[in-house]
Write a protein that binds this ligand. Sequence first.
Ligand code: ADP
Length: 503
Amino acid sequence: MSIRLRLAWAFLVMTGLVVLTGTALLFTQQVGERYALLGLRAARVGQITRELQVQLNRHLRAMDFFLLLGEASDRQRFEETGGEVRRILKEWQEVTTHEPSEWIDYRQVARAYDRFRQTADQVITLRAEAPGPALWQLLERPFLTESELLKRLVDQTVQQDLAGREAVSAQGRRVRQLGLNVALVFSALAILMALGLAWWIFRSVAQPLRVLIKAAESIGQGDLTVRLAMSRRHEIGQLALALNQMAENLERLQTQVIQMHRMSALGQVAGGVAHELNNPLTGVLGPAQLLKQQLPLGNPHREMIERIEASALRCRKIVRELLDFARPTKLEMEEVNLTALWEDTLALCHSDLSVHNITVQKNLLAGLPLVRGSRQSLQQVFLNLVTNAWQAMPGGGTLTITTRLVANGWVETLVADTGLGIPRQHLTRVFEPFFTTKETGHGTGLGLSVSYGLIQRHGGSLEAQSEGAGKGTTFVVRLPSVFALPAKGAGVSPSVSIGQTLS
Ligand code: ADP
């Protein structure tokens, strides 16, 4: 996952946790407020209930006194306290109408008081006017029962009120605690998350950055062998990959510079030697050829002269190659049709190829774009590659020539043989001048280095690929076509590929 995506995820999760914590705290606060209101109302109801209890006791006591003494003042007090009880009941009704109480039924008490008051009024009238058996009968049955009932109901209500208020505050405490616990859990999660994020930033950003800085410093100090192994799924991994590529390119360029210096030094020596050899060689070859013409066929000296001539000719060939390598001639550039050039080259090699039992397979792309180059030099390269190929297939084999169009308008030619292959240890050296594995007298080791130089002068590249000894070889010639875009690094250095680079 990329760093950007990870940060976005972490941000989302943290935001989610903060929102959840905030919601839990808000919920706790609202629940607290709701229970505070409930508590206030319950306190008010409780106050009214206790007031009712007090007034009812006074009311009943006034009734008792009046029944006992029959004083008008007691009756008066009974009426007054009765008014108070009604007022309290009304207040009670008002308070519980808006928000009915769960544990107090006002109507039950009001109904009980109405019933009590009915009998009480009858009792008072009888007590004031005609006390007698009717009064005692009234007192005995409904009055005492109703007053007892009312008293018990009010006492019971007071008890219920206390219990109910206790339950409300306990529930309020529980809900508040729950809200706080939830907020605590989310806060702890947010803290853990923040710690995790800090740890993760350290692990996946700070630490790799330190490694990158160290690697960059080493490269800066000239150690180009530095390579970093990091996952390329995130940006720092990609940066490490880019750093690896940079180190690889620098290493390749360094090798190339060394190679170029070596080649130029060799070229100077080779050029000097070739030049010095050219005149004495002419001195040997000219007289040898004159002598040969003068000696009749069958003369025993003629055979020796012929051997001198052959050796001198071979020396001249080597000298020419040396001069080719040392002092490249100017290229006559034109637009070259590679398909036609390959047909011509294969026609030139036809006899060599058939004598050596080589089957030629041509995969030449129709309509291949033209390349700008020297026809003669390109043919020299192709001839050299074909010659090397058949020489690498002593028992015969298949030579496959493939041409194709690759990215950015470049043209690629693959010359593949099924021959001896190139062992790993030689693969890095085949483009070096004078490197040859052929027997003395059969190879100069200049063919590939000259070919490489020529292709390079065309702005292209020459690459050798081999799976190793006995597994055949493929040479890849890459050239820019007439409408090619310049390609990075093409035609810069000889390349080999069996998973190794020039060193
Ligand atoms: P020469 O052919 O004179 O040896 P070159 O520069 O053409 O010089 O080749 C250098 C060496 O590269 C050869 O001696 C050989 O070992 C190796 N080589 C080139 N082409 C092939 C090939 N097609 N298969 C195997 N080895 C090859």
